[in-house]
Design a protein around this ligand. Structure first.
Ligand code: ADP
Length: 202
C-alpha cells in the first residue's frame, strides 16, 4: 500500500512552530502535503485560503504543496480512482504532554470519521515549545505582553495581516454593539481556541 503523508491544521495563522515541524518532516518524508483545514472547535480568524496565502510567505520548498481541505479532498478522489489502496498518514506536531493528550482526541476522531489509521507525531525543537497561533493572536491584542515582539512567533509579513484582522474583528464587534444586536467582543485567543483541540477536519 502506498501512503501519502499530510500535515493538517487550522494554522490560523501558521507560526514558526508549524514551520519547524514542516522543515523536520521534509527531512523524514521528502514529499508531503500541508492541508489548511478548519477546526470545528475553534473560531478561526482566517479562512483556509487565507492561511494558505500566509504559509506561502515562509518560502517552503516548492515540492511541498499547500492545499485547502476542499482541494485536497477532490485531489484524493482523483488519485483513489487510479490507486484505490492509497492510504493517508497524518503528521502532527507536539510541544508538550498536554499536546499529546489533545492529539489522542484528534487521532480518535480522524480514525472514527475518516478511517485514517496512520499517524506520525513529531516534537518541535526546544526553542519552539512556547509558540502557538493563539499566542501570536494574543500579541496582536496585547503587544506589551511580549518584550520580544512577534519575531519568534510568525513571519514578519504576517504581522500586518494579523493586526488588520484584529481591527476588523473589533470594528465588527463595535458595530454589533451600536446596532443593539447581541454584543460580541473581540474574542481573546483563549476564548477562540477553547480548552480542547480536536478534529483536524480531514
Ligand atoms: P489544530 O489543527 O488542532 O487546529 P494548529 O493549527 O494550531 O492546531 O496546529 C496544527 C498542528 O501543529 C498540531 O499538531 C499542533 O499540535 C502543531 N503545533 C502547533 N504549534 C506548534 C509548535 N510550536 N511546535 C510544534 N507543533 C506545533
Amino acid at each position: 500500500m502506498s501512503v501519502l503523508h499530510v500535515y493538517p491544521g487550522s494554522f490560523s495563522p501558521p507560526t514558526r512552530g508549524h514551520e519547524n515541524i514542516v522543515r523536520k518532516a521534509e527531512k523524514y518524508f521528502g514529499n508531503f502535503f500541508i492541508i489548511c483545514s478548519e477546526n470545528p472547535n475553534k473560531k478561526p480568524w482566517f479562512t483556509p485560503e487565507e492561511c494558505r496565502e500566509m504559509w506561502r510567505l515562509y518560502k517552503l520548498p516548492y515540492h511541498i504543496p499547500i492545499l485547502t481541505l476542499r482541494e485536497f479532498e477532490s485531489y484524493m478522489r482523483d488519485l483513489r480512482q487510479r490507486n484505490p489502496n492509497l492510504g493517508i498518514a497524518i503528521i502532527r506536531g507536539l510541544r508538550s504532554e498536554q499536546d499529546m493528550k489533545d492529539e489522542m482526541d484528534v487521532m480518535t476522531l480522524n480514525h472514527r470519521d475518516y478511517g485514517i489509521e496512520l499517524f506520525t507525531y513529531m516534537f518541535c525543537d526546544p526553542g519552539y515549545t512556547h509558540i502557538s497561533s493563539s499566542a501570536a493572536r494574543l500579541l496582536t491584542e496585547f503587544p506589551e505582553i511580549s518584550g520580544l515582539g512577534y519575531e519568534p512567533y510568525i513571519h514578519p509579513d504576517i504581522v500586518p495581516i494579523l493586526k488588520k484582522r484584529a481591527e476588523e474583528l473589533n470594528a465588527n464587534a463595535i458595530r454589533t454593539d451600536t446596532d443593539g444586536a447581541p454584543s460580541e467582543r473581540l474574542l481573546t485567543a483563549e476564548q477562540v481556541d477553547g480548552p480542547g483541540k480536536v478534529a483536524t477536519g480531514l
